[in-house]
Design a protein around this ligand. Structure first.
Ligand code: GLV
Ligand code: MN
Ligand code: MN
Length: 429
């Protein structure tokens, strides 16, 4: 496949498809809520499969619901090149997070097809199941399983807020087969590259077209619950109350303090969920549950803050005489992007004539886990004012076009990458 062949991205269909995909949502536009394997998600998947098939891609779904759309190369037995991202959307978010990597991946494939190219290695466009942790509390569910980083039977036993296990949900949504078959063989991909919005302000502020990701920060999450004693808000006097919201409220403040006092400017900690039972104005809270997200680019500092918050959660429970459960949902290491992919992206930027700079990703992505199985990299495009996880999220048609073009040139290069002797799992380049 020749890299000097001129490829062009028409961003109009890409924008139209992003807008159409955003209509598969549980809330009115411009907000998007699309929880994994909900009716909206299933309808979105059907729409995407139709698009993939019209582009001549072979579509399959694995038992975890990861969707693979393959453009078969001229040497289909070689390890393929992977690209893609996710299409689930957290409650009341926007329409670009993840979707840009899936529909932008399709735009890149179409541009290559239009230029008359046919890749040597097959190209897999992947839509990962549940990059967002909304339903089961754990992010990157699909890519965690693909990379063998989550035990299949633990995954099947995850329960959502309606006490439905992932095993039951899979059955109800016709995802047949065992999760034990999901992990990728070590030689599945020669490389993986994900296109995504930056979700931060730097590219826009510096007027740079493309961010070439070199590292992905280390995410972690805790779930804390307090069991106090409920009762009538009018008749139970203050003395001797065991209100479960009190330690929870103090913990919210402690989480914020921990990141500020123990971390650096790169340390962030957020209490994004606080549920109060039974949740009535005239009822003393008898149970609370919090979910806390802690991240850093340095693993030791992230772990220090994580451990501090876990201890603080426990001691606040003791102080308020409450049954306390502190559960670590995940504590993932950071990922380093592979030189092979970083260099391919930079060359692709030069070929496409766009400006670029290296950067780190503070958000996590499926690439965090794909980096465990093959050389991986990410292409960032600017988004307006860095806004993300919010209905105001926006990436301009030009930014989308640049991203898809750089992705197309990157895929062209990687699809030609020479096979070398396998060195073991994840190093089969
Ligand atoms: C991904 O959505 C993240 O929270 O970083
Ligand atoms: Mn997200
Ligand atoms: Mn995302």
């Amino acid at each position: 496949m020749e890299n000097f062949i001129k490829m062009v991205i028409d961003s109009d269909p890409l924008v139209t498809e992003l807008n159409r995909l955003a209509e598969f949502s549980d809330v009115p536009s411009p907000a998007v809520t699309r929880i994994m394997l909900s009716d909206s998600d299933l309808a979105a998947r059907k729409y995407l499969c139709g698009l993939f098939q019209s582009a001549g891609l072979e579509v399959r779904t694995d038992p975890a619901g990861n969707l693979f759309a393959r453009w078969v190369g001229t040497e289909p037995d070689l390890p393929a090149v992977g690209t893609g991202s996710h299409c689930d959307a957290i409650p009341h978010s926007g329409k670009y997070d993840g979707t840009v990597g899936v529909l932008g991946g399709l735009a890149a494939v179409r541009a290559m097809q239009k230029a008359g190219l046919r890749p040597r290695r097959s190209i897999d466009l992947v839509m990962f199941t549940s990059e967002e942790p909304t339903r089961y509390g754990v992010g990157c569910l699909g890519s965690r399983l693909l990379s063998g980083q989550l035990d299949p039977s633990d995954a099947d036993q995850l329960v959502d807020s309606e006490e439905k296990t992932f095993a039951t949900l899979r059955k109800e949504t016709n995802l047949r087969g065992s999760l034990g078959d999901v992990p990728l063989p070590g030689d599945a991909y020669v490389a993986f590259v994900e296109l995504h919005t930056e979700q931060g302000p730097l590219l826009e502020q510096k007027n740079i077209d493309i961010g070439v990701v070199t590292h992905i920060a280390a995410p972690s999450a805790l779930r804390v619950s307090y069991q106090g004693v409920g009762g009538h808000a009018g008749t139970v006097l203050m003395e001797g109350r065991r209100d479960a919201l009190l330690p929870a409220a103090k913990l919210v403040v402690a989480v914020d303090r921990a990141a500020r006092d123990l971390g650096s400017k790169d340390t962030v900690a957020t209490t994004g969920l606080l549920e109060v039972y039974p949740g009535a104005v005239n009822s003393i809270p008898r149970r609370t549950q919090l979910e806390i997200d802690i991240r850093d680019i340095a693993l030791d500092r992230r772990d220090l803050v994580l451990a501090h918050i876990a201890r603080e959660a426990q001691s606040l429970g003791e102080e308020h005489q409450q049954k306390t459960v502190v559960e670590q949902i995940n504590a993932d290491p950071p990922a380093t992007c592979a030189d092979l992919v970083v260099q391919a992206i930079e060359e692709a930027c030069e070929t496409a004539g766009v400006s670029h700079q290296r950067m780190i990703s503070r958000a996590y992505h499926d690439s965090l886990f794909m980096a465990q199985v093959c050389p991986t990299g990410m292409i960032f495009i600017p988004c307006r004012e860095g806004v993300s996880h919010h209905p105001d999220e926006f990436a301009s048609p030009d930014a989308l076009g640049n991203g898809a073009l750089v992705l197309a040139h990157t895929l062209c290069q990687l699809a030609e990458a020479k096979p070398t002797r396998p060195k073991g799992k994840g190093s089969n380049v």
